[in-house]
Write a protein that binds this ligand. Structure first.
Ligand SMILES: *Cc1c(COP(=O)(O)O)cnc(C)c1O
Length: 392
């Protein structure tokens, strides 16, 4: 039956624009621009045969601290570990509550649950996809120990209000800045706004390594000292275990590669922002339907567009159509954390966070990577336009 319907609907649509070739992300294009620099860095590390932590990692830590504008940066194994270590450093314990968004990657809530603390979700603002600070105070209880806003898709959460509420209750703020390196709120970078900032170097992030990696930033020297110990089994000196830690070290190959890429990050960020601006212009030019909502970039945010996420009611149909036209898109995220089986023990149910649930039905991320060309962007918009002329 499905095949019959498909044939019928396909034959009823006039030929669209020529099949495009627009990948969602093109890391090979990025590598082609920096190949020699990367190979030199990798060779340098291989010749040193020094692989775990060491001078490359320390150098990257200093460079990221400077980039973000903080006193300390501590490398670790992944962005997920950065979230875990940040909470270990402030002493999150079983039964504690940590407030965060349900519209995020699993590691945000998972890192809280892993410490046997309780993720307490607050719905998002539909315009920004970020935690709605107007609903934050109502979620605070005597057990609340931290607030963990996510700077989703590269857009800073509404941090002034969050910090104000946190300060009133003496709560630390842990920023999940995994998607937002270089994003700014006023003139300050994410990762320098709260008590601790957590970054991921997963390959698809704006600053991505050749594998896993992460970093925690802070201006608090005591927390920084604890983090340096916690990431190496809790030992300040080998075999002297001061704290219960984990093994979560950044390796020298990753650090050497990330140091090269960090020198390009400002340029890549500007190219992501230029692409977002071009999309805005193209959407205006093609006069697309009103139900299609573009990402917002409110004052005083400098948005770094790890994702360019539009909203449309007929998201799944549009995504399927675009795939057939050679345009790759992604759904971030198909389901909010509060209805996922892993979090069912928390007792939430569908309907609890309507804005997050609607975003999961409607958000569609378009290609936005720095190497995307204008003609590829035009092909994306032409395909979307064709879908609305003939399908919706
Ligand atoms: C990627 C990501 C993480 C986890 O980072 P990894 O390096 O993949 O462990 C955490 N939170 C958010 C919002 C992310 O996008």
């Amino acid at each position: 039956m499905a095949a019959h319907l498909l044939n019928q609907s396909e034959s009823s649509i006039p030929m669209g624009p020529a099949i495009a070739n627009v990948p969602f992300l093109d890391l090979k294009a990025q590598f082609a621009e920096i190949r020699d620099e990367i190979l030199d860095a990798v060779t340098r590390v291989l010749e040193s045969q020094s692989f775990i932590l060491g001078p490359e990692v320390e150098a990257l830590e200093h460079e990221v601290a400077e980039y973000v504008g903080v006193g300390f940066a501590i490398g670790c194994g992944s962005g997920s570990d950065a979230l875990l270590l940040a909470q270990m450093a402030i002493g999150i314990a079983p039964e504690d509550e940590v407030i965060t968004s349900p519209f995020t990657f699993g590691a945000t809530g998972g890192s809280i649950a892993r410490l046997q603390a309780r993720p307490v979700f607050v719905d998002i603002n539909s315009d920004t996809f970020n935690l709605d600070e107007r609903q934050l105070e109502a979620a605070i209880t005597p057990r609340t120990r931290a607030i963990m806003p996510v700077h989703l898709f590269g857009l800073p959460a509404n941090i002034d209000s969050i910090l104000e509420i946190a300060a009133k209750r003496h709560l630390p703020v842990i920023e999940d800045a995994a998607q937002a390196i270089g994003a700014r709120w006023k003139d300050r970078c994410v990762g320098s706004l709260g008590t601790l900032g957590c970054f991921s170097f997963f390959p698809s992030k704006n600053l991505g390594g050749a594998g896993d990696g992460g970093m925690i930033t802070t201006n608090d020297s005591q927390l920084a000292q604890r983090l340096l110990i916690l990431r190496v089994h809790g030992a300040r000196k080998k075999y002297q275990y001061e704290l219960l830690g984990i093994n979560s070290r950044l390796d020298a190959l990753q650090a050497a590669i990330l140091r090269i890429k960090l020198t390009h990050l400002k340029d890549w960020t500007l190219r992501r922002r230029r692409n977002a601006e071009r999309y805005r212009e193209l959407f205006a030019e093609y006069n697309l339907p009103r139900q299609l909502v573009l990402p917002c970039s409110p004052e005083p945010c400098f948005q770094v567009y790890n994702q360019y996420s539009i909203r449309v009611p007929e998201r799944d149909e549009l995504q399927r159509y675009l795939r057939n036209q050679g345009v790759s898109t992604e759904v971030y995220y198909p389901s909010p954390l509060h209805v996922e089986p892993a979090f069912s023990y928390l007792g939430y149910s569908a309907g609890d966070f309507p804005n997050a649930e609607a975003a999961c039905r409607e958000a569609l991320s378009l290609p936005i990577y720095p190497e995307l060309t204008f003609s590829q962007q035009r092909a994306v918009i032409a395909a979307i336009s064709h879908f609305y002329e003939h399908e919706a």
